[in-house]
Design a protein around this ligand. Structure first.
Ligand SMILES: [Zn+2]
Length: 200
């Protein structure tokens, strides 16, 4: 199995979209904004098959409609699904228009989504939003806006919860050390954040 992770910096807020590549095929974790993922796929001749969302905020889902038109199946958790087609994605609050999109499938929580032998296990990590999830893979953890390098996600949005975020972080830190690919900023590791993150 040969999988490569590419981090793309997208939009003016700088949300990360991750392209996991496997022999001309790709799974994307968070679509990001604008054409970053599509341009990368075109340039590298990749067929995007899957787009898994850590949550439904506008800066992570902006490109979803375009990815779906290009053939990607969009997956999101039940509690964040409405953000894909309503103002609950907070785009309006930030003055960003987001093209609405209907998800192709909904996570149950705890299941493993298969991408040509690479499993993305859905770990429910509410707090930043009610439906935030992380994806556990053998390549590392895609942590969305739950855990950053040197920070944690905001909990002051309408369906955020500081209490839930703390419990979610505890869940993550109970896992064995692994690379962490966050929704914003640089990659890190679980161990490093456990020891150095000032918010933990
Ligand atoms: Zn967010």
């Amino acid at each position: 199995m040969d999988f490569r992770v590419h981090r793309l910096y997208t939009g003016r807020i700088g949300s990360n979209a991750y392209v996991v590549e496997n022999g001309g095929r790709a799974a994307v974790v968070d679509a990001g904004m604008g054409r970053a993922v599509l341009d990368f796929a075109e340039k590298n001749d990749l067929k995007i098959e899957l787009c898994l969302l850590t949550h439904g905020h506008f800066d992570h889902i902006g490109a979803c409609a375009a990815l779906q038109r290009a053939g990607a199946k969009i997956g999101v958790s039940r509690k964040d699904a409405d953000k894909l087609y309503t103002e609950n994605n907070l785009g309006g609050a930030f003055g960003v228009e987001t093209e609405p999109v209907r998800p192709d499938f909904i996570f149950r929580g705890g299941e493993a989504i298969d991408f040509h032998g690479l499993k993305f296990t859905v770990l429910e990590t509410p707090g930043h939003s009610a439906g935030s999830v992380c994806f556990l893979t053998e390549l590392g953890i895609f942590s969305g806006d739950t855990l950053f390098c040197g920070g944690v996600g905001r909990t002051d949005f309408y369906d955020g919860s500081e209490e839930q975020l703390s419990a979610s972080l505890e869940k993550l830190f109970a896992l064995p050390d692994a690379p962490v690919y966050p929704g914003h900023g640089l990659s890190t590791t679980l161990k490093r954040e456990k020891e150095n993150n000032p918010y933990v």
